[in-house]
Design a protein around this ligand. Structure first.
Ligand SMILES: [Zn+2]
Length: 134
């Protein structure tokens, strides 16, 4: 199918974006336009945190994180993280959303403490090895 340049009237091959005669940009051939999808974005209104009874997303229980850090780094310091992590799901199920979030934060905090202690321990260990070599 051929159409004609709106600027100079020369015939234009289908896939050309610019007229080969005058260089005017060629409007693309009419193609079936995809349905506008804007209504999908508007279907879920933003939820206000206080106004809605919906507790929102369950906080991460950090259990895997806590256990991994306890095993890798420093078992005694990892235990509070594991305890708090284990509480998150139970508290959440009982509807104690604020306490569940708090336990999640504590689990994360203890994980960070365990990680920090573990990293210090590793540095200290490396230092001992290096000191021995001297
Ligand atoms: Zn032209």
């Amino acid at each position: 199918m051929t159409h004609y340049c709106s600027n100079c009237g020369q015939p234009i091959v289908n896939n050309t974006k610019f007229c080969p005669n005058c260089g005017a940009p060629v409007p693309p051939l009419a193609e079936p336009q995809p349905e506008p999808q804007q209504q999908y974005y508007n279907q879920q209104p933003q939820q206000s945190y206080q106004a809605s009874p919906d507790p929102g997303e369950k906080p991460n229980n950090r259990l895997g994180q806590a256990i991994a850090l306890a095993v890798i780094f420093c078992v005694p310091l990892g235990i509070p993280g594991i305890i708090n992590a284990a509480k998150v799901d139970a508290l959440w199920k009982e509807g104690k959303y604020e306490e569940a979030r708090s336990a999640s934060r504590k689990a994360n905090m203890w994980s960070l403490i365990a990680m920090g202690a573990g990293i210090l321990f590793i540095f200290f260990y490396i230092f001992l090895i290096v000191a021995e070599e001297l």
